[in-house]
Design a protein around this ligand. Structure first.
Ligand SMILES: Cc1cc2nc3c(=O)[nH]c(=O)nc-3n(C[C@H](O)[C@H](O)[C@H](O)COP(=O)(O)OP(=O)(O)OC[C@H]3O[C@@H](n4cnc5c(N)ncnc54)[C@H](O)[C@@H]3O)c2cc1C
Length: 384
């Protein structure tokens, strides 16, 4: 089989890239190991950038919207108004929507094709009927956090963290337009959250770190609040690192990684939906305009790098540092956080420092301390 572009992995980033390329007249194939494609259900919160990147809002994918992000530390709390509101989307509905859009644009979809290896410009897939070969001058690796494409082409992979969230009934009295995050570095270097997905249901979760007792932490958190899990959603998510270079040229094939395979995830919030779509757009632009992927990625990299630096700062805070951070959030800071969202960090960091100079003092104190947690670094690998 011969195509202009082969996309491996029917992830949101892969399908979006495939659609854009097919709309521009390219012969594009998407291969996914699942047959039928049945992505796991996952409740996700995204900023209003999500519609902007997609070009339109797929209404059947949006479950709900959120007007306030409430932040709590051990002895401080603050409410950040979100305007425009954040959106709550459901991942499996989103991926199936993108698949329909891609097929409408002319993309060939091959479910049940597991990418195994590459060599001499030929890709090999394991299928129910044995090994099948396919060729294209451009390969987009969109196969998620443990990318086999990255492995096969010897591209260093992003580090990853586990995420676990419990599905619960929305606690009585909880305003369904408010999402909340809790910081407690004794439990996780990241945070806990509660995200309402309707006026009756919510998810409660946390990002795990190297201490590794994710499920017992979540169980205790639920028990402490008197909430009961009716189901769980969990998986690993990739983390951006400034040293990642998600591309390679091998045997005349240009390989471009997108989404989690490329570590296109904000390491402050562990959100990868909007940034994965932005990575897909950059890949499509590079292929269609004949430009370098690294150049098309510059804006996204700048954005993701800022999140990386913010995390470098956060990981030097203890619980009293988090308390101070929240206490220092004055009206000017809250106004900035209201009007600029988490996908517009470029420019925001400096404005925040001007709005609250005490953040500088906190930053100075933090960066003169040792990190409390090991730094996550890319995973190198050899070509196979
Ligand atoms: C519990 C949880 C909650 C999250 N919440 C949020 C949130 O609130 N907001 C947000 O923005 N992000 C969130 N994320 C992160 C977000 O889900 C991911 O960043 C995003 O879904 C990653 O998608 P992807 O497109 O790169 O890959 P994936 O969705 O992982 O898709 C990879 C695809 O590749 C296929 N594949 C893999 N290997 C092969 C192979 N060898 N051959 C063929 N096909 C292959 C798989 O079958 C799959 O279809 C969350 C993640 C988790 C785990």
């Amino acid at each position: 089989m011969q195509f202009d572009i082969i996309v491996i992995g029917a992830s949101s980033a892969g399908l979006h890239a495939a659609k854009l390329l097919s709309e521009a007249g390219k012969r594009v194939a998407v291969f996914d190991r699942q047959d039928p494609l049945s992505p796991a259900r996952r409740t996700m919160i995204v900023t209003s950038k999500w519609d902007e990147v997609l070009g339109k809002r797929p209404e059947n994918v949006v479950l709900h919207s959120i007007d306030v992000m409430s932040v709590e530390t051990l002895s401080s709390a603050v409410d950040v108004v979100l305007d425009p509101p954040d959106l709550i989307i459901e991942r499996s509905a989103f991926i199936l929507y993108l698949l329909i859009e891609a097929e409408k644009a002319g993309v060939f979809f091959f479910p049940g094709y597991e990418f195994r290896s590459a060599g001499g410009g030929v890709l090999r897939f394991a299928t129910r009927d044995g090994i099948v070969e396919a060729e294209a001058p451009v390969v987009i690796g969109a196969d998620g956090v443990d990318s086999s494409v990255a492995r096969a082409f010897g591209i260093p992979r992003s580090p990853s963290v586990p995420i676990l969230q419990a599905e619960i009934d929305l606690p009585s009295g909880w305003d369904p337009s408010v999402t909340k995050v809790w910081f407690d570095v004794e439990d996780t270097r990241y945070f806990y959250w509660l995200i309402p997905e309707s006026s009756t249901r919510a998810v409660v979760g946390l990002v795990g770190d190297e201490r590794g007792h994710l499920r017992s932490l979540l169980d205790s958190f639920l028990e402490h609040h008197g909430w009961k899990a009716t189901g769980f959603q969990g998986a690993k998510v990739a983390m951006h690192h400034p040293k990642l270079r998600p591309w390679k040229e091998a045997d005349g094939v240009a390989v471009l990684l997108v989404g989690d395979a490329a570590g296109q995830v904000k390491v402050t919030t562990v959100g990868g939906s909007v940034t994965g779509l932005a990575g897909a757009q950059a890949a499509a632009r590079a292929v269609l305009n004949g430009t370098r992927y690294r150049d098309e990625l510059k804006a996204l990299k700048r954005e993701l790098d800022i999140h990386w630096w913010i995390r470098e700062f956060l990981e030097r805070l203890d619980n009293s540092g988090y308390d101070a951070l929240v206490r220092y959030m004055n009206p000017r800071v809250l106004e900035l956080l209201r009007s600029r969202n988490r996908d517009e960090a470029v420019g925001l960091a400096w404005r925040l420092l001007l709005a609250q100079p005490k953040f500088l003092w906190l930053g100075f104190r933090a960066f003169t301390r040792r990190r409390q947690f090991p730094r996550l670094t890319p995973i190198g690998c050899t070509a196979g």
